[in-house]
Design a binder for this molecule. Sequence first.
Ligand SMILES: NC(=O)c1ccc[n+]([C@@H]2O[C@H](COP(=O)([O-])OP(=O)(O)OC[C@H]3O[C@@H](n4cnc5c(N)ncnc54)[C@H](O)[C@@H]3O)[C@@H](O)[C@H]2O)c1
Length: 294
Amino acid sequence: MEGDCCRSGDPASVGEHCNRFRKQTCRLSARLPRSLDEICMRLLEDRVVIISGAAHPKGIGKATAQLFVEHGARVAVLDLDETSLKESAHDISPDPSKVIALQCDVSSMEQCQRAVSQVMDWSGGRIDVLVNNAAITQKAAFQEITEAEFDRITSVNLRGVFFLSKAVIPAMKAQASGSIVCISSLSAQNGGGIFGGAHYCGAKAGVLGMARAMAKEFGPHGIRVNTIAPGLVTTDFSKTGRSDESKDESAQAWPLRRAGRPYEIANGCLFLASDLSSYVTGTTLDINGGAYMN
Ligand SMILES: NC(=O)c1ccc[n+]([C@@H]2O[C@H](COP(=O)([O-])OP(=O)(O)OC[C@H]3O[C@@H](n4cnc5c(N)ncnc54)[C@H](O)[C@@H]3O)[C@@H](O)[C@H]2O)c1
């Protein structure tokens, strides 16, 4: 689905994106499972989606929630930061039947289970997609990382993925369908260095392995599990206050010569969440401007 529109710096509207996609793929239409109009315009019509870590205005979680709502999904956004989460949810859609905001610390199994049961009440018992996006980072030299810091980072970034995934699996199994997308990182593959220490890299590498184990175990139940490994993206994740321009500068040695934008990771989530990827499971989608090639 990557066409000319994906190469520019601006996000194309869904309609614009689809017109280009339609032109490029019309020759394949006979083999596609549904009509192109249906596939293009509303890839997630009436799907119930949970996205963790969607509070920050410039974050990947919010960009993904916005794109999913444009594609017809009903989205539950979860985050630790309740005030920003409510503002983000209102920006995404003021319609409470489209978007709900639930405070949830993903490092707590109990809170994950409570949030998932609230989503089930809201949705009438369905959960079609989970995007495990919430995470924290810390730049630190290996020998400087304390036991408490190691536990804090792995607790959110690895245990959080385990807890939230575990909480949605019963609903997905009962439906015999579902898609789980886990946001890992380029740091899991190349050892980090930009803003993540060894504890961050280890937790994100753990996500890659755990997602594949889930893909194997739950594939027979119709549940697909995939990961995305973003490179440097222009969000406020590292909390360094660096501008987007300075992040683009850092990326000058990479083939696409710039950092990624949140909507570009959201586009990958859309592919993996929707039926466009119906035969894809256990894979890692690298969205990194060519910074690292597997
Ligand atoms: N920005 C990058 O360059 C980059 C690169 C590689 C991977 N990633 C990954 O992308 C994902 C999104 O990051 P982002 O860049 O949008 O940053 P972000 O800070 O906007 O998003 C992370 C969100 O997680 C939330 N969060 C933190 N701890 C939580 C907890 N315990 N429970 C629930 N929510 C919690 C934060 O409040 C925040 O809203 C993360 O998984 C991150 O590791 C980002």
